[in-house]
Design a protein. Structure first.
Length: 164
């Protein structure tokens, strides 16, 4: 009864009538929830999915495309940020050349240092962001490979030989 409820809850959360209708776009949520299922129930669910390896490949391709778009957007954002920093730096350097008194020069140098600090901070944030994106991609691929392996074992009948 508990397993049937789990299956029904999973279908409901994915807004599906059956696992036959599972799409690559919903695969990440399926994998996240399916890892909580008992092995016997998971085996039953996997049997309902037509051409599971193809679906996994399409899902991983979609996930990879999302990652590529995210990285491309991040790259463009960083270019814009650095272009702005460079423009500000150039402007301040020109003002530094024109500055006659020492106090004005110190203020301009202080502004230049702040720009450098912001650029370094943004670079560190960007590296953290890229690291988290890559970890997410790796985790998604890892979970996908586990499920492909389980599916292969199921099709080969190996899971049937394992007793509970």
């Amino acid at each position: 009864m508990e397993q049937k409820r789990m299956r029904e809850n999973l279908l409901e959360s994915l807004e599906l009538n059956s696992f036959y209708d599972l799409t690559p776009e919903k695969m990440d949520r399926f994998l996240y929830k399916a890892k909580e299922m008992p092995a016997e129930e998971l085996k039953t669910v996997l049997a309902e999915i037509p051409d599971f390896p193809k679906l996994m490949k399409e899902s991983l391709d979609a996930f990879k495309l999302i990652g590529e778009k995210t990285l491309a957007g991040n790259t463009e954002s960083m270019r814009s940020f650095y272009a702005l920093c460079n423009a500000m730096q150039k402007c301040l350097e020109e003002e530094l050349k024109k500055a006659d008194n020492f106090d004005d020069r110190l203020k301009i140098l202080d502004m230049l240092m702040k720009i450098i600090d912001k650029a370094e901070k943004k670079d560190s944030e960007n590296k953290e962001y890229l690291s988290s994106v890559m970890k997410g991609v790796a985790a998604g691929v890892g979970v996908g490979l586990v499920f492909v392996s389980l599916y292969g074992l199921h099709k080969a009948g190996v899971l049937d030989m394992i007793s509970d």
